[in-house]
Design a protein around this ligand. Structure first.
Ligand code: C2G
Length: 725
């Protein structure tokens, strides 16, 4: 069999991909190849290629500053194989791919073998469907020698074996004037000159879609604007190189499809100047399309392409806009009620000016009047009276909060109106993915807890419903890029937030506004008032139980299950004389707790707005993996961890940032017996943890000095607004 030259161009920022790719190549069943790494620039490739490879490795440099096309051409000149194979450094091939491709060469006169390229967001890990599939293949594979069909004639050069003599005899090269689609003319030139082209569906190539924002974006992502005008230019160059009729039609169908569907909106969107530069390229391309191919389009669309091809840009634009509008209407009609509201709401007010004195607040998805947004609002409202219009967004009607003058229902027209008009948005959670921050709008993200459980990019595998690990991470980091300010309660949080959210804007390191109340000189008076209001006995010790949610226990998106594992009847029987219990489920929990029969010993505070007030009225906190204990530590009162599913949570669901044995500021309890025993003798049982609590307080609560609301509000809102005047 013949020797293959594998060509991998690499930019400096991508060299870290090479050691994995090296491993992939050492695992190939077919080893009669050389691997040529073409450095696109002058830099060192650290030699960390370990292992006993059978293949030859060459590292060469592309001396010319002509991008990936030039680098590939350089690779061709250095190659000594009979066949060329282009492989990008961040992609993967399963171990049988080269073997399958090479098998096709047993046929006579094969010039080109095209493999099967799949886009994946994640490379499969063994045992994967690919591994299973290939094990089967090795047993049953019969090379079918399928002649390549038009749909296999791709415009990408990856995962194709090209006979080198064909490439050299016809001087087929990548066009370095094209940054992005240089492969289109290369491939079609080669297809045109080839005698026999085969397609092998088992020769799989895994192309990674770069949705992980931690990775550098791909060329197409960087040059979005250029992509739009380079496609028709690449097409025109390719068309000029081919003579076979069927290839011309194949290429024509591609460009028509690209115009009608893939790029339509991008072509006509943007500034007049941009549209004026892009349109002539498409006009030129469509002029070259064979009439036969044009007729394949729908009548309306072909009128449009004809108008464009003959330079009637205004008419073409009118027809295209009508088509876009009809398509949008069709999409709109297919949307659910919320999506429809979002579409209308965002469009309706997009042209209104923002107002420097409007602030839109939301806390915990609009479910509460609470957390840092509440305290920031109260500070500004009290200290800068009448200077701002404060809008609160809630997920339902809140007649019980008459002191808030402007309340809007989430996703109502009024909500979208204020979303567009507000200069400042203050939220403690992520906004929905459809939210498009306006130019000049200031997003103050207060966040909602010092992280114990791993977050964002730090989570290895996401187990939440309705998402994948990649999607979750991409949404997360896209969202974090919209935040202008992020509140952090301690240095530990700042470090994690920067890494886990890829946050690069302004970190506000003043402590949590929501914890000001815990450090207030009036806190005992406030606590007594609340106890009286809620009917909680003043002469008993109050225990707050505030557990978190579990990623894998849910009814649906944002609707989590919770089974109460505390035995309330026993707690009442054994501790009821001295203790009173306050239960508080997490805001994502949909289940209602049943306290029937124990009402005289238990208050269900799950719907109470502000958990900070519940901290104040309690003497002891029981939690599991919730961030509540970081805030509660401000009070320096005992904290117990009722962590009945610790191993699962730690190892499978999330993982923790702090060591549970050495760093958590309290005992870990696994059963009701242990909880009861600890509460009965709380002073002795908690004694050994006092010192740890002190250290914990010093590390995590140091910035919480009772002035966080003031500091945050003054810096982000008051000072910025005064600068505008
Ligand atoms: N919370 C609450 N009641 C509970 C649990 C939590 O009111 N029973 C509130 C607290 O303000 C807490 C916040 O919700 O600080 C976040 O809750 P966590 O249990 O820590 O979980 P999560 O919402 O996943 O946020 O960086 C923090 C993480 O993002 C955790």
């Amino acid at each position: 069999m013949s020797k293959i030259s594998i060509l991998t161009p690499v930019k400096q920022e991508d060299i870290h991909f090479l050691s994995d790719l090296y491993k992939v190549l050492t695992e190939q069943l077919y080893q009669d190849f050389e691997w040529i790494i073409i450095k696109d620039g002058d830099f060192e490739v650290p030699v960390n290629f370990e292992g006993n490879s059978e293949f030859q490795l060459k590292i060469v440099t592309n001396q010319f500053d002509n991008g990936v096309a030039g680098a590939r051409n350089t690779g061709i000149t250095y190659s000594s194989g009979d066949y060329l194979y282009f492989l990008d450094c961040d992609d993967r091939i399963p171990e049988q791919t080269l073997f399958c491709l090479a098998e096709n060469l047993k046929e006579e006169q094969v010039d080109i073998v095209i493999g099967n390229t799949k886009s994946v967001s994640k490379f499969p890990v063994a045992p994967s469907t690919y591994v299973t599939m290939f094990n089967r293949l090795l047993k049953d594979r019969h090379v079918k020698n399928t002649e390549a069909k038009p749909k296999h004639l791709t415009i990408m050069s990856l995962n194709i074996l090209f006979k080198k003599s064909l490439i050299n005899d016809h001087e087929i090269r990548f066009d370095s004037n094209l940054k992005i689609y240089s492969e289109m003319p290369f491939n079609f030139h080669a297809f045109d000159k080839a005698t026999k082209i085969l397609y092998d569906q088992d020769a799989i190539y895994l192309k990674k879609t770069r949705i992980d924002p931690a990775l550098p974006p791909s060329l197409i992502q960087i040059h979005k604007e250029e992509v739009i005008s380079q496609y028709p230019q690449a097409y025109a160059k390719a068309k000029a190189l081919i003579s076979q009729e069927h290839l011309k039609i194949t290429l024509d169908n591609r460009v028509i499809k690209a115009y009608y569907y893939t790029y339509l909106r991008d072509i006509y969107q943007g500034s007049k100047q941009k549209v004026a530069t892009v349109l002539p390229h498409w006009a030129n391309a469509l002029k070259q399309v064979e009439p036969a191919a044009l007729r394949n389009g729908k009548v309306y669309a072909s009128l449009e392409t004809k108008a464009l091809a003959s330079g009637k840009f205004s008419l073409a634009k009118l027809l295209a806009s009508t088509r876009i509008a009809v398509n949008s209407l069709k999409t709109f009609l297919g949307q659910n009620a919320l999506q429809k509201k979002v579409t209308i709401g965002q469009k309706a007010f997009a042209k209104l000016k923002m107002k420097d004195d409007i602030i839109l607040y939301e806390s915990f998805l609009g479910r509460n009047y609470s957390d840092s947004p509440k305290y920031i609002y109260e500070y500004i409202n009290k200290n800068h009276q009448g200077k701002y219009k404060h809008i609160w967004s809630f997920d339902g009607e809140r007649k019980d909060l008459p002191e808030l003058k402007h309340k809007v229902k989430q996703y109502s027209l009024a909500y979208f109106y204020y979303l567009a008009r507000s200069k400042y948005i203050v939220n403690n959670m992520r906004m929905p993915t459809w939210f498009a921050k306006r130019d000049g709008q200031v997003f103050l993200q207060t966040w909602h807890g010092t992280p114990l459980k791993k977050l964002g990019m730090d989570i290895e595998e996401v187990h939440m419903p309705g998402t994948t690990t990649e999607r979750y991470k991409k949404n997360f980091t896209d969202e974090a890029h919209r935040w202008d300010y992020l509140v952090s309660a301690n240095a530990y949080s700042s470090e994690i937030f920067k890494r886990a959210f890829l946050f690069e804007n302004e970190m506000l390191e003043y402590g949590y506004p929501r914890n000001d109340i815990l450090n207030s000189p009036d806190r005992d008076v406030i606590a007594e008032t609340i106890k009286k209001r809620l009917g909680i006995p003043l002469d008993k010790k109050v225990v707050l139980y505030a557990p978190t949610w579990r990623d894998d226990e849910f009814y649906g998106k944002g609707q989590y299950k919770f089974t109460l594992k505390l035995d309330l009847k026993r707690l009442k029987e054994e501790l009821g004389d001295d203790y009173f219990f306050v239960l508080r489920t997490h805001y994502l929990i949909a289940d209602q707790l049943d306290i029937e029969g124990v009402e005289d010993a238990v208050y269900n505070g799950s719907h109470y707005d502000d958990i900070a007030e519940l901290y104040l009225i309690s003497d002891i906190l029981i939690t599991d993996y919730s961030s509540v204990f970081f805030d509660y530590a401000n009070l320096k009162r005992p904290i117990l961890f009722y962590a009945y599913d610790l191993d699962k949570y730690k190892d499978t669901l999330r993982g923790f940032y702090l060591n549970h044995e050495t760093e958590w500021p309290g005992p870990i309890l696994q059963t009701n017996d242990e909880v009861i025993k600890t509460l009965k003798n709380i002073d002795q049982e908690y004694g050994p943890y006092q010192e740890r609590l002190e250290q914990f307080h010093a590390e995590f609560c140091r910035w919480d000095d009772g002035n966080a609301s003031k500091n945050v509000a003054e810096e982000v809102i008051v000072y910025n607004k005064s600068k505008l005047k």
